[in-house]
Design a protein around this ligand. Structure first.
Ligand code: SAH
Ligand code: SF4
Length: 345
């Protein structure tokens, strides 16, 4: 079986080459080429032919090729549908902020978690992405747009903590100097709340921001839309978040998709404020994107404002997320769903 060269740490690549009798600096040269985004070993000009031959026989370079690209007319947000080596497709979104570019990447093709409001969840699960496939989404976007991306959010398709080992390896590689050198402090990992994995991540003490998709303040409401809540109820989830904060000293943020008449009442806001009063945190309110096959509608602006007001009165900071790329279905899972309907993989 061929080795996925972009998923190796530099030390592992060094060892691989050393075992074949090549000096250490060759691994550094190879990794420089990979950083430049080459897609074949033949492009590695200063690597001797015999080493290139060995690499071709033993390794492959993973890619994320652009299958579709949509650009928002309103704010320049770019949404990609990337095709991976085996034909699976995943989505990424590049957004421009005042301080630079941010990319939202996928960690799985599909998702097993089945949240009822989510296009990815409704589309089922295909497979985990490798560390290099998560990395390739960033590399391809940077190359295509000729930009340097400074922030990464693991908030595309899939549940990052359900692909834990590959995601952790990706985090270590992407933040290393020999790769894209994006600081862990500039990376946010979003989860639906796989409690044991939150503890495991905290114990790694990486300064990654944890973003928890809460979407409801109580078990009854949350279990209706998020099946994971039946396994790890709200109290356990909040306890894990407190542990994450205490261990990493990073403030946790909570995502709350506002769905009309489901989770947007004044009572819901009060319950949410009570629940979160135990820790420093930030709440991102997102008017839910309507997804084909669901009856969910976004909360009215009036409800959104009232909700924020209740939270702030009780000392919880909250913002209604600016919806970027609203004309290109920038919420993940929708483009892939459409592509599949049209006969794609
Ligand atoms: N699986 C992870 C990360 C990917 S989902 C998680 O659930 O956190 C990224 C974010 O988009 C999550 O906060 C998710 O709840 C939210 N989301 C999914 N479908 C949505 C929709 N229709 N409208 C608004 N937000 C949605
Ligand atoms: Fe999966 Fe996140 Fe969508 Fe839930 S919201 S189905 S966890 S991608």
């Amino acid at each position: 079986m061929l080795k996925d060269i972009k998923s190796l740490y530099l030390s592992e690549l060094e060892k691989l080459l050393a075992d074949e009798g090549y000096p250490k600096f060759r691994a550094g040269q190879v990794s420089l080429w990979l950083k430049k985004g080459v897609t074949s070993f033949d492009e590695m000009g200063n690597i001797p032919k015999d080493l290139r031959g060995y690499l071709k026989r033993s390794c492959y370079i993973s890619v994320a090729n652009i299958e579709k690209k949509l650009i928002s007319m309103y704010d320049g947000t770019v949404k990609y549908l990337f095709r991976l080596s085996d034909g699976e497709c995943v989505e990424s979104v590049v957004m421009k902020y005042i301080h630079g570019y941010s990319i939202c990447v996928s960690t799985q093709a599909g998702c097993k978690m089945g949240c009822s409001f989510c296009a990815t969840g409704r589309g089922g699960f295909a497979r985990n992405l490798t560390p290099s496939e998560i990395l390739s989404q960033i590399e391809t976007a940077q190359k295509d747009l000729n930009i340097r991306i400074s922030n990464v959010v693991l908030m595309g398709m899939g549940e990052p903590l359900d692909n834990f080992d590959n995601v952790v390896r990706f985090l270590k590689i992407v933040s290393s100097e020999e790769s894209l050198n994006i600081g862990l402090r500039h990376i946010t990992l979003s989860t639906c709340g796989i409690v044991p994995k939150i503890y495991e991540l905290a114990d790694l003490k990486m300064p990654v921001t944890l973003s928890v998709s809460l979407h409801a303040p109580d078990n009854e409401t949350r279990s209706k839309t998020m099946p994971i809540n039946r396994k790890y109820p709200v109290e356990q989830l909040i306890k894990a978040c407190i542990y994450y904060f205490n261990t990493t000293k990073r403030r946790v943020s909570f995502e709350y998709a506002m769905i009309e008449d489901v989770n947007d009442s004044a009572e819901n806001a009060k319950a949410l404020a009570n629940l979160l009063s135990v820790m420093p945190c930030h709440v991102n309110l997102i008017p839910v994107n309507s997804v084909k096959g669901t009856l969910y509608r976004k909360s009215s602006v009036k409800r959104q404002k009232a909700f924020v007001e209740i939270l702030e009165k009780r000392g919880i900071t909250a913002t209604v997320r600016r919806t970027l790329g609203s004309d290109i279905n920038a919420s993940c899972g929708q483009l892939r769903g459409k592509h599949k309907e049209e006969g794609g993989k």
